[in-house]
Ligand binder design. Structure first.
Ligand SMILES: [Zn+2]
Length: 255
């Protein structure tokens, strides 16, 4: 993987290709904040639970199971209510299990709430909500994302945070931190778009990748990082995107 880090002049087109359309108000995410790099042995050494065997067709029927809501808890700043919907054609992971993983990531002290101005609460079926986190088949990903339709990446489209089950189940080749970290990255990256953050660049070889870097497509010399806050400080890179090629769609899960 190249570490030269050339910035795509047509970043918007690339973002569309990557299925990670930045929010309209990306300017709000433009202030780079750099934290000194530190060795990240913990990420590489994190125990890797053998994940469920998740199976799915290439294209689901766009019918969903909703996770139940959670009780109102402590609240700070702006409350964002979200639903969790899992496409029914996906087998091997329940809506509740997926919702637990999303909640754990969103509630983490290194997550988006660390700034103290934001709270998340999952709501159940039929409740008012600010956004929806989907786990969907590659084909339904294309329907919901309404972009170039690569069947490979995940995306955020308006109030839809769309996670591609092919990535949730398999991660990406060469991601050096394992599936647990990649899934945290996936949730935080796409929810980050919903919060108004655009794509960011690797700050330098050997540094942790900003969570808004498109780590699905290339690390560009950075190390895996799934969190928007590190050591209590907001960790971000300069705005921009790379001209990474999107791998081909994979279709249904392998038997
Ligand atoms: Zn993105």
């Amino acid at each position: 993987m190249s570490v030269r880090g050339s910035v795509a002049p047509a970043a918007v087109a690339i973002a569309l290709l990557a299925g990670c359309t930045p929010a309209a108000g990306d300017a709000g995410a433009a202030t780079p904040v750099f934290v000194p790099a530190s060795p990240s042995k913990s990420a590489a050494a994190a125990p890797e639970p053998r994940p469920e065997k998740i199976t799915y067709p290439a294209q689901g029927a766009e019918a969903f199971t909703a996770a139940e809501g959670e009780p109102a808890g402590e609240r700070q700043g702006t409350l964002l209510r979200y639903r969790v919907l899992v496409e029914k054609d996906i087998k091997g992971i329940s809506a509740g299990t997926f919702a637990d993983a999303v909640r754990t990531t969103l509630a983490d002290p290194r997550g988006w709430t660390a700034g103290g101005d934001l709270s998340f609460r999952r709501v159940g079926r039929g409740r008012p909500h600010d956004f929806t986190v989907y786990l969907v088949t590659p084909g339904t990903r294309d329907v919901l994302c309404q972009d170039a339709g690569d069947g490979y990446t995940s995306c955020r489209n308006g109030d839809k945070v769309v996670l591609n089950v092919a990535r949730w189940a398999n991660g990406v080749p060469g991601y050096r931190a394992g599936l647990r970290v990649y899934r945290q990255y996936l949730v935080n990256h796409e929810v980050g778009h919903r919060l108004g953050h655009g794509h960011e660049l690797c700050p330098g070889k050997g540094r942790p990748a900003p969570v808004m870097q498109q780590q699905t497509l290339g690390m560009h010399g950075c190390t895996p990082n799934s969190w928007p806050y590190r050591d209590g400080e907001r960790y971000a890179g300069a705005s921009g995107a790379y001209e990474d090629e999107v791998p081909p769609r994979e279709g249904a899960s392998k038997p």
